[in-house]
Design a protein around this ligand. Structure first.
Ligand SMILES: [Zn+2]
Length: 384
């Protein structure tokens, strides 16, 4: 995967993306005060998680400060950084956040505090502390059996890969086991990125040292669910289900999330036939949506316009299919249009303004903010 930005944007279009991202990131005085006070829920506890809480908002401010060269955003990122470290004394961090998963759990917070610290030039977290927290969480997780990206081991391990934590190899074995158990269960199976098999495959492919036969079996299962009637998207949200709803089109579920997992697997397996089939699935899916991005009704990263734009960008960076660059550009500009008509749903990363901004910033500069969402560059080869 190359990390180059979206070169097909004109200078005027790039400026529009930057301007919209800046607007999305600019916080009101009341919002700043709320964040500085720890973004407390009605129960009075600080909401720290990556998807909905402080660490995701901090990540957006930090990435924005770097790509837009904006000192005000940097000051905001730093003040949230201080608030998180103040509220979550690190000894107690593992206890203050439920779950090992990255989007709502411990690893997403550790990852984002570390990354935002690096971007803003302050010390992040002590490596021993990170490692201790992750190992403790991994031990606790093994009895919990949750493996998805949002709440389970897949998201946590993907973020942990970025730290080079030794537990990763052990974690990958656990994920392989989860993968094989899922394929053999015979019951309805979630195949999306957020909670399902696509997320598991993407993380396994990214992490390296995965056994190729596990990836191949997972790929075959995902592809066995491809629909050919074209009217409801190519891939359903769930395999083996009688539900016939049109699939979502963003990060969490649907064609882009499954195709991302397939493309990651094709890359590490060096399977060019699979990559060509991914191209066919994506063309069919985009034709189905039409020029008005039909069926995508919200703005956020999860399954809104920002999610579609972001996944198309990542798929282009991974596959280099030229039509994906054109589609990513079209969706990014459509997102800017939509932001002038509709107010995003709050400040959060997963549904709100922070995620909209991060989607646009990905077209303008190198970012890796989506590691807690199961995304990222392949890190190493297969075990063979
Ligand atoms: Zn969603």
């Amino acid at each position: 995967m190359s990390d180059s930005v979206l070169e097909c944007l004109t200078a005027v279009e790039s400026a529009r993306l930057a301007s919209t991202a800046r607007t999305m990131l600019r916080l009101t005085v009341e919002e700043r005060q709320w964040l500085d006070a720890g973004f407390r829920s009605t129960a009075g506890t600080p909401q720290l998680d990556f998807a909905l809480g402080l660490s995701g908002i901090m990540t957006a401010q930090a990435v924005g400060s770097k790509i837009l060269g904006d000192s005000e955003l940097k000051a905001c990122a730093l003040s949230i950084h201080c608030a998180i470290l103040r509220d979550a004394e690190l000894d107690a961090l593992a206890n203050s956040i439920s779950g090992f998963g990255a989007a709502h759990g411990l690893t997403g917070v550790l990852w984002s505090v570390h990354q935002a610290g690096l971007i803003c030039g302050v010390s992040g977290l002590d490596r021993d502390v990170i490692e201790e927290c992750l190992l403790a969480a991994l031990s606790a997780w093994q009895t919990g059996h949750q493996w998805d990206v949002v709440s389970g081991a897949a998201g946590g391990l993907n973020a942990a890969h970025s730290f080079g934590i030794p537990a990763t190899a052990q974690g990958l074995r656990i994920l392989e086991g989860a993968c094989q158990a899922s394929l053999g269960s015979g019951s309805a199976l979630d195949i999306g990125m957020a909670h399902g098999l696509a997320g598991l495959v993407a993380v396994l492919a990214r992490g390296g040292r995965c056994r190729p036969e596990v990836l191949r079996a997972s790929v075959a299962f995902l592809e066995s669910n491809a629909r050919s009637d074209g009217s409801r998207g190519v891939f359903p949200s769930e395999a083996g289900s009688s539900r016939v709803a049109r699939s979502k089109f963003g990060w969490c579920y649907g064609d882009l999330s499954v195709c991302y997992a397939l493309a990651m697997a094709a890359t590490v397996l060096e399977d060019y036939d699979l990559l060509n089939r991914v191209c066919i699935y994506l063309r069919s899916s985009l034709d189905d949506r039409g020029p008005a991005n039909e069926g995508v009704r919200t703005l956020g990263i999860c399954h809104g316009l920002a999610g579609g734009a972001h996944m198309l960008l990542r798929l282009w960076q991974l596959t280099r299919f030229p039509f994906l660059a054109d589609e990513a550009r079209r969706w990014m500009l459509g997102l800017c249009d939509a932001c002038e008509r509709v107010e995003p749903d709050g400040m959060s990363l997963i549904y709100g303004r922070s995620g909209v901004a991060l989607s646009l910033l990905g077209a303008l500069g190198q970012t890796n903010w989506d590691a807690p969402l199961g995304m990222g560059y392949p890190l190493s080869g297969l075990s063979g």
